[in-house]
Design a protein. Structure first.
Length: 197
């Protein structure tokens, strides 16, 4: 079994230039950070859960959590298990009838369910070793200030939370700009965020 490292949500950020989102996870017992590009709907779903905003109808991630509970299963944790071709992969770990069940998931969806169910978010040691960054990684001030206009990432990127990680913003724009995440077509979620007429 792969070694797992517990992380917590440090910040959820949105770029002021291109409105792309990123969630920054921080190692609980260390100083490593794991940035993951996510879609706008997943970012909104995570924000709603973190801020405990009341919604009139259950969102998709509420539905997943409620379904798990209704089936007498228990969500024990979510895991960001691998990184392949610059795309993160995750899973929900359920316990049902004394057996462990793993369900594949995009990390952003897994995190959105985890914050609703109040379960740990785990990352494999291999993923942390490959993709995490530390404050020392961004200590070159000239590099941080060199924010070229053509260097915007192709997928989702970064400030909905604390600005303690503003030091990372330019670094992420320039160094991780080509990193993709677990984002796929978000059009499928569009109908979930539109009120019925």
């Amino acid at each position: 079994m792969a070694k797992l490292i517990e992380v917590k949500i440090d910040s959820l950020r949105v770029s002021l230039t291109n409105q792309q989102r990123i969630i920054v996870l921080k190692q609980v017992d260390g100083d490593r950070f794991l940035p993951i590009w996510i879609g706008p709907y997943e970012a909104e779903a995570i924000t709603i859960a973190l801020q405990e905003i009341e919604v009139s109808r259950p969102q998709t991630h509420d539905l997943v959590k409620n379904t798990i509970t209704s089936l007498n299963a228990q969500l024990t944790r979510v895991v960001i298990k691998s990184l392949k071709d610059d795309i993160f992969y995750g899973e929900l770990i359920l316990e049902i009838d004394g057996k462990e069940l793993k369900i594949d998931s995009r990390p952003s969806d897994a995190i959105a369910v985890a914050v609703r169910a109040h379960v740990p978010i785990m990352v494999t040691a291999k993923v942390m070793d490959e993709a995490s960054i530390t404050p020392e990684d961004v200590n070159d001030e000239d590099d941080l200030l060199d924010d070229e206009e053509g260097s915007e990432p192709e997928s989702d990127q970064l400030i909905l939370g604390s600005d303690r990680l503003s030091i990372f913003e330019d670094y992420l724009d320039t160094k991780l700009g080509k990193s993709d995440s677990d984002e796929d077509a978000s059009d499928e979620d569009d109908s979930d965020n539109t009120e019925e007429q």
